[in-house]
Design a protein around this ligand. Structure first.
Ligand code: ATP
Ligand code: MG
Length: 405
């Protein structure tokens, strides 16, 4: 198969391949970019594989960066673009079901393609658009199949993460997993626990954000992979429900929010669950805030204070998650209410502690903080206008009320 018209993203990389070939080496586009090109899907980044060793690549190009030289990866910088170029390699060892003990650079494309996970990811393409397909990856693209390269059992024993990658590609591409590959996952699912959670998380998040997460989730249920994921081992029913949601979803934050909401987790439990998955603190915070809002939407209890505390970003996440979770609610109405809040940030309050002290209403200290907090909530609730005169009056009333207690 030869692709005559390469998309614009490939064009600037063609001279790089040509340079490597002129020097007597082989160079190919490989992996996801070839797969997505043939599928007509959007292409994120271009990977190049070559028979040239890293030192040989560095001699051929003026500007390179050693991004992963021990694995054979050098980034070639060209016209403001970076191209990851990796020397053909084989891997051996895999004594711990994850990373290989050693990688060996080789001169043969076939050896390099053999170590790749699935047939559709083991395609290579020459500079002129000629596709090299040693494992019938093109046939599997046609049949929309995720199929291990070679013996599925061996491949999962080498690297257990590949099982998670199978279900994530099933979701990402909306493909079926080949029955033999699926059986291999069923057999080896417990090995997933040997893999660093961070790596499993990357694949799981991509699964949730794929074209058809229901497919990926059903794959996890059918093979038992979910039993070896953080916090999901006893969540079969919730995951079955998750598979029936109104996917796809717009953002990773909304995906995690839909997950924790479907699991029925409160703020604290959601925090602990997401920590187990090793999400960043910032993402955990956003998901917690969004999850609280989704719960309020479900209960019909959205008020101004919650809108204010949720904030713009988490509110957008919550609305997306609520849609996916098939809640019936007035999204435009909630957005309008948020837009009409008198203030959306505490700094917008038209008064501060200094002024309260200057006016002799309070003295600095905890009492002052308490008054400010009540003023803030009153403004957010629409009970007091956000101007100095109104706020000073309200502050005096609050202090009097406190004194009368
Ligand atoms: P995406 O568009 O989602 O990034 P991708 O195919 O580029 O898809 P990557 O995770 O970026 O996926 O990996 C790039 C390529 O490296 C794959 O297409 C595959 O050939 C190979 N690969 C990646 N991870 C593995 C693995 N664990 N085992 C074998 N081959 C792998
Ligand atoms: Mg990629």
């Amino acid at each position: 198969m030869r692709i005559n018209q390469l998309p614009p993203l490939f064009e600037p990389a063609r001279p790089i391949l040509a340079t490597i070939e002129r020097a007597g080496f082989e160079a190919y586009f490989v992996g996801g970019c070839v797969r997505d090109l043939i599928l007509g899907d959007p292409i994120h980044d271009i990977d190049i594989a070559t028979s040239a060793y890293p030192e040989e690549i560095k001699r051929l190009f003026k500007r390179t960066v050693d991004t992963g030289i021990e694995h054979g990866t050098v980034m070639i910088l060209d016209h403001g673009q970076g191209y990851e170029t990796t020397t053909f390699r084989t891997e051996s060892g895999y004594q711990d079901y994850r990373r290989p003990d050693s990688v060996t650079f080789v001169r043969s494309l076939a050896d390099d393609l053999k170590r790749r996970d699935f047939t559709i990811n083991a395609l290579a393409m020459k500079e002129d658009g000629e596709v090299v397909d040693l494992f019938d990856g093109l046939g599997d693209l046609d049949r929309r199949l995720i199929k291990a390269v070679g013996d599925a059992n061996e491949r999962f024993l080498e690297d257990a993460l590949r099982m998670m990658r199978a279900v994530r590609f099933a979701s990402k591409l909306d493909f079926t997993i080949d029955p033999v590959t699926l059986a291999g996952i069923k057999t080896h699912a417990p090995l997933l626990e040997k893999i660093a959670v961070e790596r499993v998380q990357v694949e799981f998040e991509k699964l949730l954000c794929g074209q058809n997460p229901a497919r990926g989730l059903r794959g996890m249920l059918e093979t038992g992979l979910y039993r070896h994921c953080p916090g999901l081992s006893d969540q079969q029913a919730a995951l079955e429900k998750l598979a029936t949601l109104d996917w796809p979803i717009a953002s990773p934050a909304a995906a995690w929010t839909s997950l924790v909401f479907t699991l029925g987790l409160d703020r604290k439990a959601a925090g602990a669950f997401l920590k187990q998955w090793k999400l960043s603190n910032q993402l955990i915070k956003e998901v917690q805030a969004a999850n609280r809002m989704v719960a309020a939407i479900a209960a019909g209890q959205v008020d101004n204070q919650l809108l204010f505390e949720t904030g713009k970003a988490a509110l957008a996440t919550a609305l997306e998650a609520a849609r996916v979770c098939r809640l019936s609610f007035d999204s435009a109405g909630i957005q309008k209410r948020y837009a009409e809040l008198a203030i959306t940030d505490a700094h917008q309050l038209a008064i501060n502690g200094g002024l309260l002290v200057k006016e002799g209403i309070v003295t600095p200290g905890p009492a002052m903080g308490k008054v400010l907090k009540r003023l803030l909530l009153a403004v957010v609730a629409g009970e007091v206008a956000n101007d100095q005169t109104a706020l000073l009056g309200a502050a005096r009333a609050i202090v009097r009320e406190e004194e009368d207690k």
